[in-house]
Write a protein that binds this ligand. Structure first.
Ligand code: HEM
Length: 144
């Protein structure tokens, strides 16, 4: 049951849940030959891990440390330097779905949390896609 009077951050027991989620997610990214090369500091994913953890904590109603460190999220703008086509979106979601399933099997995590998280992640990943993957949007010259 979803208690709409408390934030998801509170219902999952706070920051530690998001640390476990993001750790599980980046374990997948670290082995992904499509996604890993996009990460500017790879193979060191410590900074990326830190930023995603703080963002998710803030998004789900926890402390706003992300905003204090990074300013307004503006995630679409921040993803523009990286090629996010359908393939990247889907691989990102594969790793995030697996991470959500892993952390939500903990009996301390209330029912429904996995659905709530994925109801956000799926359209958010699509929103951050900045390439259609169709020939018309490719960087190939259209003439010659
Ligand atoms: C729900 C979807 C997503 C969320 C919530 C999300 C969130 C974030 C956040 C908070 C950052 C750090 C921004 C900053 O403060 O600089 C970030 C960075 C990044 N994201 Fe995403 N992202 C999503 C989807 C994706 C997808 C689909 C890709 C596919 C390529 C991607 C690739 C990256 C890369 C390469 C970085 C740079 C890593 C870094 O911070 O050093 N993201 N993302």
């Amino acid at each position: 049951m979803t208690d709409s009077t408390t934030t998801l951050f509170e219902r999952v027991g706070g920051a530690e849940f998001f640390e476990r989620l993001v750790d599980a997610f980046y374990e997948g990214v670290a082995t992904d030959e499509v996604l890993l090369p996009l990460y500017p500091e790879q193979p060191d994913l410590t900074g990326a891990r830190h930023r995603l953890t703080l963002f998710l904590i803030q998004y789900w109603g926890g402390p706003t440390t992300y905003m204090n460190e990074r300013g307004h999220p503006r995630l679409r703008m921040r993803h523009m330097p990286f090629h996010v086509g359908p393939l990247e979106r889907d691989r990102w979601l594969v790793h995030m779905t697996a991470a959500v399933e892993t952390v939500c099997t903990d009996p301390d995590v209330p029912d429904g949390i996995a659905d709530e998280l994925l109801t956000y992640f799926v359209p958010a990943a699509e929103h951050l896609r900045n390439d259609t993957g169709l020939p018309i949007s490719s960087s190939r010259p259209s003439h010659g």
